[in-house]
Ligand binder design. Structure first.
Ligand SMILES: C[S@@+](CC[C@H](N)C(=O)[O-])C[C@H]1O[C@@H](n2cnc3c(N)ncnc32)[C@H](O)[C@@H]1O
Length: 215
């Protein structure tokens, strides 16, 4: 997240939990104004503890807040990591100034729904990257208002992300199994099966492109 965020004037980390991201920003002096928020008191307290432990408590403002609702002022950069894509879309759509901010997002699920919201809100995906932890792939990306549509896959393909093949192969297996399960059962609606099949086909197209430049 820090790699994508770089530096700037002001940043808020929404759903900060342990607070490591704002602590890192403060330690490195990357932003002039740094805030951390969480909807729950326990995580916010652990963010405060991290800031104390690393000697940057006075550099970070802490807010107990659902999304950005009770975080005062506007920020140039909004970081949100480790939540579902639909929660991120809810948080961003409820905030009047977020459309002008640079977003650094790491959704845990519902990436396509989040992408659809960002596209409708006029954002462009600027940079995307993958990382792996304990064998699991994670996606993070930056987005800002702009022209040209919202395409995370294109950003990953254009940067020739070194983990793209591995992560897409895993996703193809996961979605392929889901499609087989839906087709062999009787409960899944036809529209749901079609959605998953379209997703699988988009993933296979990405894999074909990756294979074309790796061969
Ligand atoms: C899995 S943790 C992610 C922590 C950290 N951002 C990371 O990526 O490692 C999710 C955090 O988001 C907080 N959270 C969930 N919904 C939220 C919301 N609507 N507004 C603010 N924080 C929220 C939770 O309390 C929790 O601390």
């Amino acid at each position: 997240m820090a790699k994508l965020a770089g530096s700037g004037k002001s940043v808020v980390d929404v759903g900060t939990d342990h607070g490591y991201v704002p602590v890192y920003f403060a330690q490195k002096g990357l932003f002039e104004r740094i805030a951390a928020s969480d909807i729950n008191g326990g995580p916010l307290e652990s963010a405060r503890a991290s800031a104390r432990e690393y000697g940057v408590f006075d550099r970070i403002a802490f807010y107990l807040s659902d999304g950005l609702r009770d975080v005062p002022g506007a920020f140039d950069t909004v970081v949100i990591a480790g939540m579902g894509g639909e929660t991120m879309a809810d948080i961003l759509s409820a905030c009047s100034w977020a459309k002008d901010a640079r977003l650094i997002l790491q959704p845990q699920s519902r990436v396509e729904e989040l992408g659809a919201y960002l596209k409708s809100a006029g954002f462009v995906c600027q940079r995307a990257l993958l990382c792996r932890d304990s064998g699991r792939c994670y996606l993070a990306f930056s987005a800002s208002a702009g022209e040209g549509g919202f395409d995370i896959a294109r950003a990953l393909l254009d940067s020739r992300d070194g983990l793209l093949r591995e992560c897409v192969e895993k996703e193809v297996i996961r979605v392929g199994r889901a499609v087989s399960g839906m087709e062999s059962g009787s409960a899944a609606p036809e529209a749901g099966i079609t959605l998953m099949k379209n997703k699988l086909s988009r993933l296979e197209n990405i894999l074909r492109e990756v294979n074309s430049w790796q061969n």
